[in-house]
Design a protein around this ligand. Structure first.
Ligand code: 4NP
Length: 164
C-alpha cells in the first residue's frame, strides 16, 4: 500500500461530504501529502449527480479558506469498494445504506467519520444541514475540521509505519 485513499460519503454529495472532501484535501495538501493520500467524495442518492456543492456549503467553506468549486456530485458505485481504503460516512443512515452495498470482500474501513472527532464528543454524526439555516453549515465545518485533523494525524502515523 503506497497510497492511502479516503472516500467521504453523505446522502446528496452536495453539502457534508464535499465539505469533508475540500477540508481534508486542503489539509493533506498543506501537509505535503497529496501524492500519498487520495481524497474523494460521493453520495448514496442520485438526485444531484453532476451538481456543484450547495451554495450555502461552498460559502461557509470559503469563509474558512476551503474552496469547493472544483467538486461535482457523484453517486457511490460498486467499484468504490475496490478503490478506497477508508469509506467514511456522515450519519447512521449513510452507514446502513453503504453497508447494504458493501461486498464481503471489502478489506478497508467503513465507519462514521466522527469516530475521528476529538473535540465534539457529544456528536456521533454530522447533522444534515440541507433543510436548516446558515448555522447548520458552519456546524458542519466545525465538525469536519476537527475530525479531518485527527484523521490526518492517524494516516500520517500509518504512512510513517510503512516506511520503518
Ligand atoms: P448532503 O445533504 O447529504 O449533506 O449532501 C443533502 C443534500 C440534498 C438532499 C438531502 C441532503 N436532498 O434531499 O436533496
Amino acid at each position: 500500500m503506497s497510497k492511502i485513499s479516503v472516500l467521504f460519503v453523505c446522502l446528496g454529495n452536495i453539502c457534508r461530504s464535499p465539505t469533508a472532501h475540500g477540508v481534508f484535501e486542503t489539509m493533506v495538501s498543506q501537509a505535503g501529502l497529496e501524492n500519498k493520500i487520495v481524497v474523494d467524495s460521493c453520495g448514496t442518492g442520485d438526485w444531484h449527480i453532476g451538481h456543484s456543492p450547495d451554495e450555502r456549503s461552498a460559502k461557509a467553506a470559503l469563509t474558512r479558506g476551503y474552496d469547493l468549486n472544483h467538486l461535482r456530485s457523484r453517486q457511490i458505485t460498486p467499484n468504490d469498494f475496490n478503490q478506497f481504503d477508508y469509506i467514511l460516512v456522515m450519519d447512521e443512515q449513510n452507514l446502513t445504506d453503504v453497508k447494504a452495498l458493501c461486498p464481503k470482500s471489502f478489506s478497508g474501513q467503513l465507519e462514521l467519520f466522527l469516530n475521528y472527532a476529538n473535540n465534539f464528543s457529544d456528536y456521533t454524526e454530522v447533522p444534515d444541514p440541507y433543510y436548516g439555516g446558515a448555522s447548520g453549515f458552519d456546524n458542519v465545518i466545525d465538525l469536519v475540521e476537527d475530525a479531518s485533523q485527527s484523521l490526518l494525524t492517524a494516516l500520517q502515523s500509518k504512512l510513517e509505519i510503512q516506511h520503518l
